[in-house]
Ligand binder design. Sequence first.
Ligand code: SAH
Length: 200
Amino acid sequence: MRMRNPKYKDDVLNNCTFFYHKATGFSNDNPVHLEIGIGKGDFILNMALANPNINFIGVEKYSSVAAVAIKKIMNYKIDNIRILVMDAINLEDVLDPIVSTIYLNFSDPWPKKRHIKRRLTSPEYLKVYDKIFNGPCHIVMKTDNDDLFAYSLESLSEYGFHFNVVEYDLHQTEIPNIETEYERKFSKEGIKIKYFDATK
Ligand code: SAH
């Protein structure tokens, strides 16, 4: 998600006290869940508020967008969120194997064939995730996009994942769900939300 830099961007980034550093990390041994592409941060913030015994790391490529999320998170006194502003392809350089679940919410579909490697469920990224999981690999995905969903089912399956849950209309199920900004927008337009939960 590219957007114009908000006026407060530098101020917010310079004063953010919860960037993730290997040295500081978290002060407890609770499980660590990672969201890649946090956008404006509604999902990670509400997940962290609802699950105080889980640590959340949010990764976002664009600092303009991350600043919006960070500004929101700063309004709360919570110590179970850390943020990384970077491309997830380099996560291995920054994280030890500490992650138990990865969330991919409304990831960029990269529809063109020559951009397949950029999809967050391509083997290129799955290889990186392997390096940062601390046990069984667990990926949970939500998307509006049929093609990305079909591609991801195939890609993960070829990579050795099995699917615990596959749903083509998440909001018609009983699966507990915290909405993202894109999810609100797409479901208002009548688009069904696709969902899977996969383990390897
Ligand atoms: N999860 C949010 C935003 C979805 S848009 C929501 O559901 O509302 C996808 C987001 O992923 C964008 O903010 C984009 O900048 C980010 N993103 C895409 N590729 C990324 C990558 N390789 N590493 C980190 N963030 C990425």
